[in-house]
Structure formats: structure tokens, C-alpha cells
Design a protein around this ligand. Sequence first.
Ligand SMILES: Cc1cc2nc3c(=O)[nH]c(=O)nc-3n(C[C@H](O)[C@H](O)[C@H](O)COP(=O)(O)OP(=O)(O)OC[C@H]3O[C@@H](n4cnc5c(N)ncnc54)[C@H](O)[C@@H]3O)c2cc1C
Length: 334
Amino acid sequence: MTDNDGFEIIVIGAGLSGLTAAQYFSQKGRRVQVVDKGRSVGGRLATRRMAGGLADHGAQFFTVRSARFEEAVQQWLADGLVYEWSRGFSDGTRHVEQFDGHPRYAVRGGMNALAKSISAAIKDTVNIQTNVKIVTVERGATTWRLIDEQGAEYKAGALLMTPPVPQSLALVGEYLTTDERRALEQIAYAPCVAGLFDVVGGVRLPEPGALQRPEAAISWISDNQQKGISPDARIITVHANGTTSQQLWEQPEVETLAFLRQELEMWLDDGAEIREAELKRWRYAQPTALHGERYLISAETLPVGFAGDGFGEARVEGAYLSGLAAAEALHSRL
Ligand SMILES: Cc1cc2nc3c(=O)[nH]c(=O)nc-3n(C[C@H](O)[C@H](O)[C@H](O)COP(=O)(O)OP(=O)(O)OC[C@H]3O[C@@H](n4cnc5c(N)ncnc54)[C@H](O)[C@@H]3O)c2cc1C
């Protein structure tokens, strides 16, 4: 399928919420197209190749709280796609005592492999196009008309927006009622600066190879080799927390990397060395203010829905549940 016309629904965003929605639509026999500006699917389920290894630089793991997500995760476990990584993380001051017993899941081959797997499972029934950045959305009488950076057009009777909400509002905010727009404008996100470091030698991170300290300037350090996704190179992921990431946002890349590296150096074995470093800046990393419902669908006649981790729960599970709930609601509206 290459023709951009003739789709009932266009989903903007091939992160977990957009792909989950697309999977639901395809199960219901809907003609659906997904477009994403990224080079590949996944959004914040992001894994990067570096120095012969792999590193998760967006989401690091996920937890399960709902029966609905549990059902999907059990299937992914049975398929060998995901595995239990640990039951908690140390903050560096104590070790196993802090484990709370709840499974933290990771994805074989990196978090992005989860998105790739869903995308592969639906590729025969869903048109998924990457490298497509939508820059204009227009509402006609019976169809939404989207235009990408190259000037190509996409049309459908319904639209599902899954980017971080400020990005969605910039595209379609004008078509909402004042109340809808105000509700969505309340959703806010913290940024995250993420450093990836290729280390030759050992690190002394506590089991299972990560530390988590949400309140500290450096909120997360993890060894992707110990995690099990990077057998051939020890790539370490270092995240600054939201407040510190905000402060570092305008800093030159070298300074930000130096700041992240300083903390990592405390955990290196004697003689270990950092050989390469890369920086990723996430402007909308994790929501800090959420919409109370799992999705919002405009009351206007031509449907546009909003979903993602800004709705309900600010994490991987929230993105999944929101995409699914929005798709169910849109499907019943069409
Ligand atoms: C650094 C970091 C650490 C995290 N750690 C964890 C964690 O450990 N556990 C956890 O549960 N969650 C974590 N999260 C949050 C988790 O990654 C998200 O909740 C989840 O992946 C969001 O999925 P989504 O589909 O809602 O959004 P996204 O994954 O952001 O998908 C939205 C998609 O829309 C696309 N898009 C945007 N604008 C356009 C446009 N104009 N045209 C076309 N496409 C567009 C984007 O390219 C993107 O692929 C973390 C996130 C970050 C960034």
C-alpha cells in the first residue's frame, strides 16, 4: 500500500501508543495509516548503536500495574521478546534490601525492539511510513488533510495524534473547542539529557547493573552490557533528572557530556576508561502533569483523538493503555 488516499484513519506517531492503536484498528479491519518523523518506529522506546554495542537511551524498563497491560506483557514474555530484568534498583547507598518485589521488564535487543516487533506484526495490514514529519493539518468538510515536510499529502476521515501533546496542539489546536484546548494545555513534560558512554573496563554499579535516584541531579545510570542487551561493548546510559536537564538544556554539548561523565567516573573500576561519548536531548521525556482520562476525542464532527503517555499514566504502560483506549473509542465513533 503506497497510495496516501483511501485511509479511514491516520495515526501520527509510531511510538508505543500509536502502534498499539494501529494494531487495534487493523484487528477491526480498519484501513489505517501510521506516519512518524523518526528514521524508524519506536519514539521514546529508543535504542542506539554505538561502538559495536547497543544502548537504551529513552525508556529503560517498564512495569505492569493493570490487567490489560499484563495480558500483553505475558504474550511478549511467552514470545521471548521481553524478559524480567530485576525487581528493583539500588540508589547506590544500599543494595538488594531496596528491591520491592515488582518486576521491571526489559526488551531483548533493546527497548526499540518492542516497537519493531509490533510494527512487523501489523505491516501487512497497516501502512507505516517513517521519515514523514507532518507540518500542516487542515480540516475539510469530510476529511483531514495532512501535509509533510516534503509537501506530500495524506487524507483520512479520522485522525489520532500521539506525539507529546504540545507538538500535537501545535498542529491541530485550532480545531478544538476552547475547553478541549485548555485541558490539553495542562499536560506538561520534563526534559531529559541522556549521555551514552563507551567504557573499556569494569564498572561498579550495583546489581542488576543500574542505579536509580529520581531526586538526584543524575537520576539514572545503567550498564547496557549487564542489562543483557549489549554483549560486545560496555555502553553506559546516564540520565539527568528533569530539573537538572532543564538547567543543562542550553549548554553546549561538550559541557553537558562532561557533567554526566563526572558522575559516571565515580563508578568506574581503576584503570577503566571512557572511549566515546554521545548525547541525546529529549525535550518531552516524561509527563509531569497528566490528563486524567486515557484519551481525548474532540466533540467536533470530524474526529481527532489525542493519546500517549500524557493521558492516565506517565510511562510505557500509560502509552500502551492510552493508545488502546483511544483506538477503541475512535473505532466506535466511525
Ligand atoms: C529518557 C527517558 C527515560 C524514560 N524512562 C522510562 C522508564 O524507565 N520506564 C517507563 O515506563 N517509561 C519511561 N520513559 C517514558 C516512555 O518512554 C514513554 O512513556 C513512552 O515511550 C511514550 O510513548 P508514546 O507513544 O506516548 O510517545 P512517543 O514514544 O514519544 O511517540 C510519539 C511519536 O510521534 C512522532 N512525532 C512527533 N511529532 C510528529 C510529527 N509532526 N509528524 C510525524 N511524527 C511525529 C515521534 O517521532 C514519536 O515517534 C522514559 C522516557 C524518556 C525520554
